[in-house]
Design a binder for this molecule. Structure first.
Ligand code: CU
Length: 227
């Protein structure tokens, strides 16, 4: 090989690697799910209330991962369901959560995660009825959990009945579901709080903890607290 050909070959190989790196950076790091902002017009650290509405579904809207279970967040500005698990809330505020549980049940590995912790009054309401425990070993009745480990928030999400025909197109707008409501206080300082589901709901993955369970935008996300 002549020197110019060698140089050209090296250059092409080099550019291919750089191109690949740029693609990975943009696609995986910068191209993540959008962040829904619940801080607009709210003064932090005043105990103000914000309302966050989510749903969890048996499927999602991503064509390459159609059968992954997923959360959605309702945009506070447009009212549209957004496929994301990232949101911001004001510090020192009360977050009133409403989560629509459209997905079917999967028993919890550890019955402890059926216990409600970290909410105001250590209570949630399932279709309006107060409860502090959903025993997923006594019946198949928990679809997912909404858990913020650093704040000790753990909320089991009630599921439709075992024989219900689940909503088949996401984001779900009809079909059997449970409405779970609860409130918690955000810390008085800024911070990033990882939240996750604790049900091994990654069907087809080892122990059910892969796939949607470890992917932001599906069963894990982040609540950013802004002071
Ligand atoms: Cu889950």
């Amino acid at each position: 090989m002549s020197l110019p050909v060698r140089i050209a070959t090296l250059l092409v190989a080099f550019l291919a690697v750089v191109g690949g790196a740029v693609f990975i950076l943009i696609h995986y790091l910068l191209g993540g799910p959008p962040v829904e902002n619940f801080t607009a017009g709210v003064r932090p650290d005043t105990g103000a209330q914000v309302s966050v509405v989510m749903q969890e579904d048996p499927q999602n809207t991503v064509s390459t991962r159609p059968d992954w279970v997923s959360y959605f967040i309702k945009s506070p500005t447009t009212g549209a369901w957004v496929h994301t698990t990232l949101f911001t809330v004001p510090a020192g505020s009360r977050v009133n959560m409403t989560i629509l549980g459209y997905d079917g049940c999967t028993p919890l590995r550890n019955p402890y995660w059926g216990r409600v912790t970290g909410t105001i009054g250590n209570v949630i309401r399932v279709n309006g009825k107060p409860t502090s425990l959903i025993n997923s070993w006594s019946g198949c009745n928990v679809g997912h959990t909404f858990s913020i480990p650093a704040l000790n928030v753990n909320v089991p999400m009630a599921s439709p009945g075992l024989t219900a025909t689940l909503c088949g197109t996401s984001p779900c707008t009809s079909g059997p579901h449970k409405v779970v409501t609860f409130s918690f206080m955000t810390p008085r300082h800024s911070g990033d709080y990882i939240w996750q589901c604790r049900v091994p709901c990654g069907g087809g993955f080892l122990d059910g903890f892969g796939g949607p369970m470890q992917t932001i935008g599906f069963m894990t996300g982040s609540m950013q607290v802004v002071a």
